[in-house]
Design a protein around this ligand. Structure first.
Ligand code: HMG
Ligand code: MG
Length: 303
């Protein structure tokens, strides 16, 4: 077992975190959040998604948010693009990376992007090709890899099927996602091992929602495989509008606290990250979900 000495955290708070908020969040707040995240040292930030505003109204200001960001060198800004229409709208905003999102479950694919798995791959194919023509890297997300709110159990074979299909159309990176947070460590390993059969270690990541409190344990289990890229969401924001009851991603602060304890480098400043968590939580009128953020904020208040 060789733990990675460095880990990349992909901050998905502005997108996965905020997409599910019922109340509109002003574009200026979203932009400010991205600025605070990059100031804290995050080098990969998922900013927004170019999806139908009828499906996800919170992301309707995608172009405005992308235009408002004062970009930092060395930071990669990504956006979700489920189809050509989404990519064509995103291109003028010059994303560094795009994300196509499929699912290991037919039922979730239908509910989330209104088509089955095979058809989703056919929709992604020209998206991947056009992104590559523009020199843009493509990440693929495999949702419901550890369980589905509609289908229930999802097997590792079902995960590998989608991984193979994504690889076949040229997707550069494979993210295995536990959309509803039901996965446990050995199952997480089994799913990521299937991705590792088709993608190199550097191009496989884990995306764990923390609905059942398993996300940190799942990340630890994936570190045991050598996986060194994980999505996380500041303040533990988020959920998927098409996976009712699913809570946010694992909080970036909690992952960072664990990685620091393990002596793993991330380049992220925990205090500045907690400031970002407080900023967005105040803007939303609630406390962070992150245990670490709350503990550190309580410690600050007591000092
Ligand atoms: P559709 O209805 O099949 O699309 O939706 P369509 O091509 O038939 O078009 C229907 C209408 O949508 C048309 O407008 C299109 O112009 C418009 P109308 O003529 O009715 O006015 N449209 C678009 N508008 C803006 N941007 C676009 C776009 N495409 C079509 N890109 C579609 C298909 C994928 C668009 C729809 O199902 C959709 O937007 N779904 C949103 C799904 C979503 O954002 N889910 C949350 C993100 S995924 C997630 O959170 C999981 C993840 O975190 C990993 C994990 O945890 O599992 C990544
Ligand atoms: Mg997600």
């Amino acid at each position: 077992m060789v733990f990675p000495s460095q880990v990349t955290l992909v901050e998905v708070g502005p997108r996965d975190g905020l997409q599910n908020e019922a109340q509109p969040v002003a574009s200026a707040i979203k932009i400010d959040l991205v600025h605070r995240l990059q100031a804290a040292g995050l080098r990969e930030i998922e900013v927004t998604s170019f999806v139908s505003p009828k499906w996800v109204p919170q992301m309707a200001d995608n172009a405005e948010v992308m235009a408002g960001i004062a970009r930092r060198g060395g930071v990669r800004y990504s956006v979700l693009t489920p189809n050509l229409k989404g990519l064509e709208a995103a291109l003028p905003c010059k994303p560094d990376e795009i994300v196509v999102f499929g699912a290991a479950s037919e039922a979730f694919s239908q509910r989330n992007i209104n088509c089955g798995i095979e058809e989703s791959i056919e929709r992604f194919r020209p998206v991947v090709a056009l992104a590559h023509e523009h020199g843009i890297k493509v990440r693929g997300a495999v949702s419901c890899a550890l369980g589905c709110p509609y289908q229930g159990e999802v097997s590792a074979d079902e995960v590998e099927r989608v991984v193979r299909l994504m690889k076949g159309i040229g997707v550069d990176h494979c993210g295995i996602a536990d959309t509803i947070g039901v996965g446990t460590p050995r199952r997480a390993q089994a799913a990521l091992e299937r991705a590792l059969k088709h993608y190199p270690l550097a191009e496989v990541s884990g995306h764990f929602h923390d609905t059942y409190g398993q996300a940190l344990a799942n990340i630890y289990a994936c570190l045991e495989l050598g996986v060194a890229t994980f999505d996380a969401s500041v303040a533990g924001l988020g959920g998927c509008p098409y996976a009712k009851g699913a809570t946010g991603n694992v909080a970036t602060e909690d992952v960072l606290f664990m990685l620091r304890g393990l002596g793993i480098e991330t380049g992220i400043d925990l205090d500045a990250l907690v400031d970002a968590a407080k900023f967005i939580s105040d803007a939303l009128g609630r406390k962070p979900v992150s245990r670490s953020a709350n503990a550190l904020l309580a410690k600050r208040a007591a000092a």
